[in-house]
Write a protein that binds this ligand. Structure first.
Ligand code: ZN
Length: 349
């Protein structure tokens, strides 16, 4: 078990004994990025070294690996899905292809990639990364920035934080979005996220463009944060061990959209990804885990076979509400306790 802090792994495992006495099953693991970024406020990154260590640890525990689609097929056919793990990635970041895929391929591990098709086709910056770059990367900002002036104006006050240096950015590099905001900039980023999250993608993206303009910043993409290109996605999809799933077109909060827009986001992303890759798309991961009963009906109409949510706990409510477990940036055995519970993991040694 290379690089695994044995003490930590043992502690994590020993606290799980209560869980392990419960019904065993399978686990769908949820990753976003495989990267070593200095700053990761959305908590999306697992380092390549840790990713490799986690897979080796799971292999050493005797877990078996499937794509999510294969796992779903096993469940549908009544086959044994115990001790089985499906690795999944959300959003479609380029590092999925550039950093995760080489490790998966080398270790011969299948995986599922839920891709927001519009970002692959446009090459635009993911909207949550845009507000991170604006507010908590070094640089100057006005004392007040107005967000979405054409809809519900929100004034973001940055008094005392108009300058933000490399040193300050470094000091706050471990900050996470659910921590208390250490500066007005961090508070503004959180407020902007909550405001934009309630908007339709068209209004959200228009508001984002206006926000950047009001702040005197240009649109752009940090190279390490870009989405896969169509060529990279096709290369990934050409490996039959890998599954491409949908993650809508524009990564909206599906629950705020009308029925027509929901239908387009679901079916449109499936069609776009199938056209891009030449592969059948069977599943979708709900952006931010947001869905309701009407969206579940639309998933069937859009000919999806399964849907994944974000929850880290709770019972499995069916193939369109598959629970997933967010994997943290930690070595080997220090995965979420829920993983052990849900996979019915046998403790060895
Ligand atoms: Zn997402």
């Amino acid at each position: 078990m290379p690089n695994a802090p044995r003490g930590l792994a043992r502690r994590t495992l020993s606290s799980l004994s209560a869980y392990l006495r419960r019904t065993p099953g399978y686990a769908v693991l949820m990753y976003h990025r495989i990267a070593d970024d200095i700053q990761d406020p959305w908590d999306l990154c697992v380092s390549p070294d840790n990713f490799r260590a986690q897979i080796l640890w799971m292999k050493a525990q005797g877990l078996r690996f499937s794509t999510v689609a294969d796992l779903v097929q096993r469940i549908e056919q009544g086959k044994d899905a115990r001790q089985r793990v499906a690795i999944s990635f959300d959003d479609g970041y380029a590092d999925n292809y550039l950093s995760a895929y080489p490790i998966l391929s080398e270790l011969d591990i299948p995986a599922t990639f839920f891709v927001a098709s519009g970002y692959v086709e446009s090459g635009r910056e993911f909207w949550w990364d845009a507000i991170e770059r604006l507010f908590i990367h070094p640089g100057q900002l006005p004392a007040t920035v107005e967000l979405s002036p054409s809809t519900e104006p929100l004034l973001l006050h940055l008094a005392g934080a108009t300058d933000y240096s490399e040193t300050e950015s470094w000091i706050h590099r471990h900050w996470r979005w659910d921590d208390p905001a250490p500066t007005a900039r961090h508070e503004a980023m959180k407020q902007a996220w909550h405001h934009l999250f309630r908007l339709s993608p068209a209004r959200r993206d228009a508001a984002l463009v206006e926000l950047l303009e009001n702040a005197g910043r240009a649109e752009g993409v940090i190279p390490s944060r870009r989405a896969m290109t169509p060529v990279e996605l096709r290369a990934l999809a050409s490996d039959q061990r890998m599954e491409i799933g949908a993650h809508t077109i524009s990564h909206p909060n599906l629950t705020v959209l009308d029925r027509a827009a929901q239908t387009e986001e679901l079916g449109g992303s499936r069609r776009a990804l199938e056209a891009l890759t030449g592969r059948e798309v069977r599943g979708l991961a709900y952006p931010n885990g947001c869905y309701d009963s009407e969206i579940l009906d639309l998933m069937v109409e859009a000919k999806f076979r399964y849907g994944c949510r974000n929850c880290g706990s709770g019972r499995n409510a069916g193939l369109f509400e598959l629970p997933r477990f967010i994997v943290k940036n930690a070595h080997g055995g220090a995965l979420s306790p829920d993983v052990h519970w849900h996979a019915g993991l046998k403790i060895q040694g």
